[in-house]
Design a protein around this ligand. Sequence first.
Ligand code: 5GP
Length: 192
Amino acid sequence: MKMEELKQKILKEGMAKDSDILVVNSFLNQQVDTKLMENIGKEFAAYFKDKGVTKILTAESSGIAPALMTAANLGVNCIFARKQKSLTTDDNSYVSTVYSFTKQEMKNLIVEKSFLNEDDKILIIDDFLANGQASKAMIALCNQAGADVVGIGIVIEKSFQEGRKILEEMGYDVYSLARISKLEEGKIEFLD
Ligand code: 5GP
């Protein structure tokens, strides 16, 4: 366990909905605890500081808070992939598709081409790691741009799912701040 403050917060306010889903709406997925998020940003920045990160990439909406705090600490910009096209989105975009774990449907992730370049070294940040599909879709966006992915930072990893294994087999350094080994209704257990 790398971040005791986060672990305590999960134990105090997190709610295991069933054996698959952890609800943390009070500090990450709806209300955001700014002090905790600041410390999360510091922790990711310290771990990835020597990787030459030029930009952070995340997906809207729950990845934005930890991604932004990390970006601020590293002194770089933060890009969030949008899930829907809007009138303000440029047609000239990279698009990849992802199966959403929580929404149980296919979603697009969209980033304007001008924000991702082949000389970029990208740090991917996300709120949760389950089966690794969101991270894989963000890696695909970077691949389309020819940008390097230098690491993946995850706030809460559900270690009983496949995500870490999949991403490590692809060769990526995955750094998770809390690793959950087991969820049961009303019960949360950590790996370390
Ligand atoms: P993956 O793509 O790794 O299968 O799932 C990761 C994405 O699904 C995250 O971006 C997160 O939004 C969502 N997610 C997966 N599992 C959980 C969970 O237990 N709780 C919450 N709040 N979100 C989750």
